[in-house]
Design a protein around this ligand. Structure first.
Ligand SMILES: [Mn+2]
Length: 297
């Protein structure tokens, strides 16, 4: 029995390219030469395509090295707010859309839950575009039978922050920080240094930001408790986290602007936050051999 196929009986296109997908599965090697990873479920959010802040290089690498039965796009994938002001759409952003659509046409079930920056897609909830299901929220059942509510998380801005204009105000300062982040990392890349997030680093240093994050997490977990689910997966605040509030499991898949993280469910049901910049750095580092270890000891 394949429980992961439950709820997707319409996937006739599963067998449309048998030879192509078979050879890929056999290889299980990504373009970098590192092994391709397989998960039951992947959640990513806050990609902010259409902005300079999006770490498209790392995300392309992630999509090229990770497969899953189900892929949830948990909102703020495309940044409509920013694009209204100035149109920015490099070829690399197309490459991301192409990769997601290719997964949707293949063996991956893709569920897209728009957030506040891509709220223009919310009007298409219930529709299916090229295999991508658009939903306002979803209930994900883990392999061990737990029910997780999947939402973007901006639903709670009013509760957590008071009013929506505050979100815009914070957005300007935050935007500046992200621009600085892009500049710093362009220099770091020149010198062959791995990606490092200034904005994520700054956020953890600011007391108010820390208080805001914990209030958000608590509010979301409380809402999940009311919905009588076992846990919740969200994004929105760009802070990956895995913690418990009483009986409720809280998961945040982070973002691809600062921390470059994804939440995954392994085939055995184990949940994990992947920090992709670290994965890539590890790949580049020389493997530690046994004599090295003996020397160190
Ligand atoms: Mn958001």
């Amino acid at each position: 029995m394949k429980p992961d196929r439950v709820g997707t009986p319409e996937r006739g296109e599963l067998y449309s390219q048998p030879f192509k997908s078979l050879s890929k599965i056999e290889k299980r090697i990504g373009p970098s030469g590192a092994p391709r990873l397989s998960f039951r479920t992947i959640w990513i959010s806050d990609v902010h395509l259409g902005t300079r802040g999006c770490n498209c290089r790392l995300l392309i690498d992630f999509l090229d090295h990770c497969d899953s039965d189900t892929l949830y796009l948990v909102g703020d994938i495309i940044d409509g707010w920013r694009m209204k002001k100035r149109f920015f759409w490099p070829e690399r952003h197309n490459a991301i859309v192409r990769r997601v659509m290719k997964k949707a046409k293949g063996r991956t079930r893709v569920v897209y839950i728009p957030g506040n920056h891509d709220e223009m897609f919310r009007q298409f909830s219930g529709m299916n575009f090229g295999g991508v299901e658009i939903r306002r929220s979803a209930i994900h059942e883990t392999v061990d039978g737990r029910r997780l509510l999947v939402i973007h998380g901006d639903e709670f801005d009013a509760v957590v922050m008071g009013q929506r204009w505050l979100a815009f105000l914070g957005d300007a300062a935050y935007n500046f920080l992200l621009k600085l982040n892009v500049a710093i990392n362009a220099v770091r890349r020149r010198f062959g240094l791995p990606y490092w997030s200034l904005s994520a680093h700054a956020k953890h240093k600011v007391k108010d930001a820390v208080a805001f994050i914990s209030r958000f997490e608590e509010t979301v977990a409380h809402a999940a408790e009311k919905r009588r689910v076992d846990g919740v997966v969200c994004g929105h605040i760009h802070t990956a986290e895995e913690r418990r509030f009483g009986d409720i499991a809280y998961y945040n898949d982070g973002d691809w602007v600062e921390s470059c993280t994804a939440l995954v469910e392994h085939h055995d049901g184990r949940m994990e936050i992947l920090r992709w910049a670290e994965e890539v750095a590890r790949r580049a580092a020389p493997a530690i051999t046994e004599p090295d270890l003996e020397e160190a000891a």
